[in-house]
Design a protein around this ligand. Structure first.
Ligand SMILES: O=C(O)C(=O)C[C@H](O)[C@@H](O)CO
Length: 253
């Protein structure tokens, strides 16, 4: 049997906007609940969420009962971490803080088995291959992994065209919070200067034939990004939704 089809990756070229949710609490029950709420994808956040390898493994297992495609955000571009996340069964990785084409090329190599890359071969032990049960996993895995890079600084925007030219980059996500901070508007991603940079970047990404993605809990901004045609759009988080929902509940009495 071949590697499981990456439906998220396939849909990136369908012309639709896939709607996602950020899952940062690090609890498998939250991932399981979120995966069954109709989202097309969700992010298991190992950058800002309290998630180590086994935490991500538990959330991947929990999310597998739902319909949302789990995207794992790794804490950085570390080659060994990427290898381990792929081996436990993450098919789509989101890699933060990308600022050059050279860095992008190295991350692509981390995602792919030789000769296209340098991903270590441990499929016989890996959940990704159903512990060696998928005999064709090694031959088919490279086609089913999906790499999303985060550009979220002025340096990253300056290098964006070169990053977009790197073969093997399936999508580029613009990180509005970190970009705002780097632009001198920390805590204010809605600032007009930040939004101008965000919209310009999303347009350039799509014009390069690469999938564009972003996160916002602001409904107006989200509609604007969807109208722009972004391919993967996260519209909130477990943390933010729970906080606002609980606050509203308490205020109702
Ligand atoms: O810079 C950003 O914005 C992101 O990368 C998303 C945030 O890290 C996410 O944690 C929500 O704040």
């Amino acid at each position: 049997m071949p590697a499981p089809e990456n439906t998220f990756k396939k849909r990136l070229t369908s012309g639709e906007t896939q709607i996602g949710l950020w899952v940062g609490l690090g609890d498998p029950s939250v991932a399981e609940l979120a995966a069954g709420c109709g989202f097309d994808w969700l992010v298991i956040d190992a950058e800002h969420g309290p998630n180590g390898l086994r935490d991500v493994l538990a959330q991947l297992r929990a999310a597998s009962h739902g319909t949302a495609h789990p995207v794992v955000r790794v804490k950085d571009d570390n080659r060994a971490d990427i290898k381990q996340m792929l081996d436990i069964g993450a098919q789509t990785l989101l890699v933060p803080m990308i600022e050059s084409a050279d860095q992008a090329r190295e991350v692509v190599k981390s995602m792919l088995y030789p000769p296209d890359g340098v991903r270590g071969v441990g499929a016989a032990l890996a959940r990704a291959s159903r512990y060696g049960g998928e005999a064709d996993y090694l031959a088919t895995a490279n086609d089913q992994v999906c790499l999303l890079l985060q550009v979220e600084s002025r340096a990253g925007l300056d290098a964006l065209d070169d990053i977009l030219a790197v073969k093997g980059v399936d999508g580029v996500f613009i990180g509005p919070s970190d970009l705002a901070a780097d632009m001198g508007h920390r805590g204010n991603p809605a600032h007009p200067e930040v939004q101008e940079a965000v919209n310009d970047a999303l347009t350039r990404i799509r014009q390069a034939g690469v999938a564009a993605g972003i996160l916002t809990s602001d409904r107006t901004l989200a509609k604007g990004y969807a109208d722009l045609g972004v391919e993967f759009l996260a519209v909130g988080s477990d943390v933010g939704t729970l906080r606002s929902g609980l606050t509203a509940l308490r205020q109702a009495f």
